[in-house]
Design a protein around this ligand. Structure first.
Ligand code: SIN
Length: 288
């Protein structure tokens, strides 16, 4: 029997009674999706430590169409829908993307059709750290003063692949640089998104991608737009909006990119950390 245990923080829940190594009925998946929409981040602890790639992709793909990450050098060797997040090196060569997403962001907000759910499967857990942080953008929007809500109505952000607040190539919190080929493929154009958007399934309003890829607001000077985005990011990532996930081996976590910002935390390189990640897309580009 599936059961959903809210975290006690402003969002997040643990879902138990689900075994992802076998088939999932429509009813069970419906309950999981309902939990995601209600709690924004769900954690399915202690799945098989040797979950097959196909099973993991099948599960993630129930939320939306998986889209391989632009950083194709870190794809799973036989399943390109899986991005390997890892600080482990084999023969001096990284087996995955280290320090990926160590700043507040929403996945694929540099694409026209952004991410719906992102799903992680934890394979190697560091002795210390390795957590992921989430910030509730629905509650943060709901708590804004009415005057600010009116100011934000109809505003459109401009987005580019990267971390707008860190462009230092020596830093661990820069977004991993793209090759010329990867830039050509899909990620160099400026993408417009609504700053406040309605959730594609629940219709609830949330701040959208106010940190990470957004670098300006249409119709505002660069300074004014960025100042407003930073003010909103400071507001919406306050500890009272946060939920922290600490991993065990075999844990599966899914989050709803329309409702949360998230940030990986920096792991001490002496502790191995490896996860698989599948990112699924929304069905269409957000209404403007
Ligand atoms: C990400 O997908 O942004 C990375 C999350 C993590 O590694 O904790």
């Amino acid at each position: 029997m599936i059961s959903v245990q809210p975290s006690g923080a402003c969002m997040g829940a643990e879902v138990s009674g689900v075994d992802l190594s076998g088939p999932l009925s429509a009813e069970t998946f419906g309950a999981i999706r309902e939990a995601l929409h209600r709690h924004h981040v769900i954690v399915l602890r202690g799945q098989s430590p040797s979950l097959e790639a196909e099973r993991f992709i099948d599960f993630a793909g129930r939320f939306g169409r998986p889209e391989p990450h632009v950083l194709d050098q870190f794809h799973h060797p036989t399943h390109s829908d899986i991005l390997i997040l890892s600080n482990v090196k084999k023969n001096g060569k990284p087996i995955g993307l280290a320090d990926g997403g160590t700043y507040w962001h929403s996945d694929y907000s540099y694409l026209d059709v952004p991410a719906r759910a992102t799903v992680l499967y934890s394979i190697q857990v560091p002795e210390v750290g390795g957590d992921t942080l989430f910030a509730d953008q629905e509650q943060a929007y709901a708590d804004l003063p009415e005057k600010m809500k009116q100011r934000l109505e109809g505003l459109v952000t401009l987005n580019l692949y990267g971390n707008r607040d860190d462009l230092d190539p020596e830093s661990r919190t820069i977004a991993f640089p793209l090759t010329e080929d990867q830039k050509q493929k899909r990620s160099i154009s400026v993408i417009r998104h609504p700053l406040v958007r309605r959730h594609p399934y629940t219709g609830r309003k949330a701040l959208y991608a106010v940190s990470g890829t957004s670098f300006a607001i249409e119709g505002m000077s660069d300074d004014e737009g960025l100042a407003l985005l930073r003010e909103l990011a400071d507001h919406s990532t306050q500890p009272k909006y946060q939920y922290r996930v600490s991993y065990g081996v075999g844990d599966v976590v899914a989050w709803d990119n329309a409702s949360v910002l998230h940030s990986a935390t920096l792991t001490d390189p002496k502790f191995a950390r490896t996860l698989w990640r599948v990112t699924t897309k929304e069905a269409q580009r957000p209404a403007m």
